[in-house]
Design a protein around this ligand. Structure first.
Ligand SMILES: Nc1ncnc2c1ncn2[C@@H]1O[C@H](COP(=O)(O)OP(=O)(O)OP(=O)(O)O)[C@@H](O)[C@H]1O
Ligand SMILES: [Mg+2]
Length: 249
């Protein structure tokens, strides 16, 4: 069974960057192959990983719903083939992009096929990393259900951390089956204030660690260079690896 780690948090806190660094860590420490799942419909995990994609699982579902099935093929076989095509293979990891989510209240056959495909797919990998869209309301039950670890990424602001704590509470209330949640504070410029540390301690959400603001992360992003190609001695990579070592080993 795959060990699954989902990233969540409010917008722009560094979920995708952290997901990329986690995938780098897992492959560097011999945990390959890793399945990277981009569950943000504004998909950009591929950029952090230095990959391009053309198909999404959601796109395959929509195609099947339209019914453009080649003659001599059953719908199920066609859908399976389309979903299979959406897997991008890379060195040490594969990527699938979820694409547009299913509309509310629709439990059509195509979506059922997608769900079972994703379940089977994740079973093929020792580690699965899921990058989610910002905010809890977007936490997809399809991809965040029954994860071993949820990493909630926050900035250093009081409001940012409050948002992270709310996400943690909501995940518990929604009963989506998260084994353990951790808080990661990213883009840290100076030591966390006493008030913030107290707030975190009172919440019961474990602080896994902090990742410093790192010019290299920003520069790579600006120049369209994949985050996973960052030098291993960059402060953000060093700190992120320390956190992952603590959590995953
Ligand atoms: N430790 C860091 N140091 C410097 N810049 C960073 C750091 N972490 C992330 N960034 C930058 O912050 C921006 C947002 O990061 P990222 O896309 O990872 O956030 P996100 O939470 O996935 O955003 P969204 O909610 O839009 O999906 C990017 O430009 C990224 O390069
Ligand atoms: Mg993102």
């Amino acid at each position: 069974m795959a060990f699954s780690i989902a990233l969540s948090g409010k917008g722009g806190t560094g979920k995708t960057t952290t997901a990329g660094l986690l995938i780098k860590y897992l492959t560097a420490t011999g945990r390959s192959p890793v399945l990277a799942v981009d569950a943000d419909c504004n998909a950009n995990l591929n950029e952090v990983l230095g990959l391009s994609f053309s198909d999404t699982l959601g796109g395959s579902r929509e195609e099947m719903k339209k019914g453009d099935v080649p003659s001599g093929m059953t719908k199920d076989v066609f859908m399976e083939m389309k979903l299979e095509q959406a897997i991008v293979e890379a060195d040490g990891f594969d990527l699938v992009v979820m694409g547009q989510p299913e509309g509310p209240g629709c439990y059509c056959a195509a979506n059922t096929l997608l769900t079972s495909f994703l379940e089977r797919l994740t079973g093929n990998y020792p580690y699965v990393v899921i990058d989610n869209e910002a905010g809890m309301e977007h936490i997809s039950r399809l991809t965040t259900k029954d994860v071993d670890v949820m990493l909630i990424v926050s900035d250093t602001s009081r409001r940012g951390i409050q948002a992270a704590l709310r996400i943690n509470e909501l995940a518990r209330e929604l009963n989506i089956g998260v084994g353990k949640s951790y808080l990661i504070i990213n883009q840290v410029k100076e030591a966390l204030s006493e008030a913030v540390l107290n707030m975190i301690a009172a919440s019961g959400l474990e602080l896994a660690g902090t990742i410093p603001e790192d010019e290299t992360v920003y520069e790579f992003d600006l120049n369209g260079r994949p985050t996973i190609e960052m030098p291993p001695d960059s402060p953000a990579v060093v700190q992120a690896y320390r956190i992952f070592e603590k959590i995953i080993g």
